[in-house]
Design a protein around this ligand. Sequence first.
Ligand code: A5P
Length: 214
Amino acid sequence: MPSRAEDEKRRAAEAAAELVQDRTTVGLGTGSTVAHLLPALAERKLTLRCVATSPRTETRARELGIVVEPFEALERLDIAIDGADQVAPDGWLVKGGGGAHTREKIVAAAAERFVVIADSSKPVDAIDSPVPLELHPFGMRATLQALGDVRLRDWPPSPDGGVIADYEGEVGDPAALAERFAAIPGIVEHGLFPAALVSDVVIARGDEVERLAF
Ligand code: A5P
């Protein structure tokens, strides 16, 4: 029997799949919540052009008959749907638990509408660490020194060759921390997603699905 969290992920994902319109371009996120989105989308049998944020998502989507194109082929996306590790009340997110946040942020930023899907464990009062990071391997010791409180994940590199790590220090104001990260050149991308990127958050709590518009 699926756990309550799995059930909530499925409910949120199914509600988001209903937001996708026929003959549109769609960004597919990564993670265990998106794993429920893919069959729900495939079942709708729409004509879509999709891009995937990870090889995992790409493989699974293709298995389900969803057309996935390289992102080099599309300029803009009508909609992107993805999970999150933390969702703050003001719409800021932490993403990258699956290490795919660089591609996820590129896809979210290219989408007219970015929809976040989440189970009830994801809303938080305030964004906290860990914040996932993708680091450039060149000069990594210098980058780690500049970052301070960071732990490297014992993971293979990202599909783009980046080293996946987690910032474990103080977060405070996420906008200020995002600026600090942006000023460290060895950080390829960080997992703080500003509220300005987010259009909708679909959260399942038990049988209820709540949709917040930003
Ligand atoms: C992948 O890199 C992440 O950003 C995921 O979207 C995030 O970690 C949420 O994952 P789950 O849906 O598995 O909780």
